[in-house]
Design a protein around this ligand. Structure first.
Ligand SMILES: Cc1ncc(COP(=O)(O)O)c(C=O)c1O
Length: 393
């Protein structure tokens, strides 16, 4: 439940809210399982990364058991899977991504390319409209090992056609990796059905697992024996507690684990996923579309006259769960909006990003938020704020 004076929260695509069940579960894990059970609790904890991975697959990402694992951060999982994909295809040395992909994705790919002397082929994507298929196709060829893209673009919210793009990449003989950070928990993902090879995603946005909660990865089952990840940690080892002399990874998904898993965060991922599973991802998607199309409708009516333009795809089927509005004073307007009790987000260049939380945001929240926004835009009070961009929140 939300307190009456709580701010209106339209930043679920950055950090999701705290579910009550998670608070109780964490208290139990800390107080009882750790406090009383001590090291004995590892007997149960050790299975959690795979079990919770399977739960994500069942409720949110359309992945059959044995292909998903909760581990590390999105960034580290990306490094592991891209490195493994390159090693598995010695004749192919090119990585493809787009210039609107999330910074950590671009940097990790840039780093891997530099470390190995590979080429990173960066294609151009429209910041507001998302990836153009023909631009991608033009970048494919027999030298491409892997294409790495975001399912939902972090800035515009543009939603890529996973099955179609995966098919195009496969026609060129390359592997396809999807970053699901901005779709998991809000947009149904069908990894198995679309033939995706690899995926990564975070859990602190729409899965509501809290700041720094562990991420997850997906490796299609038939690929697993061929892929060897670069961090040879003991949690990926066969007969882990035999403490053997050399690295001999388990055949299944746990070969992509590294070191001791973060248990408090992993149970938060479990609770968040269970809650979304109970609501049903298709119903959450339907509500997300209704909330964001209502938001766009109000923005057209109330905000367009004040210099706002839509910086997200207008068609529901091409949009994830957030709406981005362009305004030349977006930075100051966002500060004024937060002061007026509405938490949204700013993104370069000059964009206000509004991400309702499908499971908690009400339609009246959208109305109230846009009403406050139109008042701020009309009275221009934001102009009293400093223009400098000191820190992107
Ligand atoms: C698309 C995308 N990928 C990756 C990340 C971040 O990765 P990490 O959890 O490792 O910081 C974000 C964070 O917002 C993101 O939006």
């Amino acid at each position: 439940m939300r307190a009456d004076d709580a701010p209106i929260y339209l930043d679920g695509n950055s950090l999701g809210p705290l579910p009550l069940a998670t608070q109780a579960r964490i208290a139990n894990v800390v107080g009882s399982e750790w406090g009383n059970g001590l090291v004995r609790s590892w007997d149960r904890w050790v299975e959690l990364p795979r079990e919770v991975g399977d739960l994500i697959g069942e409720h949110l990402t359309g992945a059959a058991p044995g292909q998903s694992l909760v581990s590390d951060s999105t960034t580290v999982n990306l490094f592991k899977l891209v490195s493994a994909a390159l090693d598995a295809q010695p004749g192919r040395t090119v990585l493809v991504t787009d210039d609107d992909n999330f910074p950590t994705d671009r940097y990790v790919l840039e780093g891997i390319a530099a470390q190995r002397g590979c080429e990173l082929r960066m294609i151009h994507t429209d910041t507001d409209d998302g990836l153009a298929e023909d631009t991608l196709v033009a970048a494919l060829g027999p030298d491409v090992a892997l294409v790495s893209l975001s399912h939902v673009a972090y800035r515009s919210g543009a939603l890529a056609d996973m099955a179609r793009i995966t098919g195009l990449v496969h026609e060129a003989g390359a592997l396809m990796l999807w970053d699901l950070c901005h779709s998991v928990g809000a947009v149904p993902v069908r990894l198995d059905e679309s033939g995706a090879d690899l995926a990564i995603g975070c859990t602190y946005k729409y899965v509501n697992a809290g700041p720094g909660a562990p991420a997850f990865l997906y490796v299609r089952s038939d690929l697993q024996p061929r892929l060897l990840q670069p961090i040879w940690g003991w949690f990926g080892q066969r007969e882990q507690f035999a403490m053997g002399p050399g690295y001999d990874p388990v055949p299944g998904i746990e070969r992509f684990a590294t070191g001791t898993p973060q248990i408090v965060g992993t149970v938060a991922v479990e609770e968040g996923t269970k809650l979304l599973g109970e609501a049903g991802i298709d119903r959450l998607r339907a509500k997300g579309i209704a909330l964001t199309s209502y938001l766009i409708h109000l923005a057209d009516e109330w905000l367009a006259p004040h210099g706002f333009t839509l910086a997200s795809p207008r068609a529901d089927a091409r949009r994830g769960n957030h709406v981005t509005l362009h305004h030349r004073d977006a930075w100051r307007i966002n500060r004024a909006l937060i002061a007026a009790g509405v938490i949204g987000d700013y993104r370069t260049p000059d964009r206000l990003r509004l991400g309702p939380v499908p499971i908690t945001t009400r339609f009246t929240d959208v109305w109230d938020a846009l009403d406050r926004l139109r008042q701020i835009a009309a009275d221009k009070s934001y102009r009293d704020l400093p223009a400098a961009l000191s820190r992107v929140t």
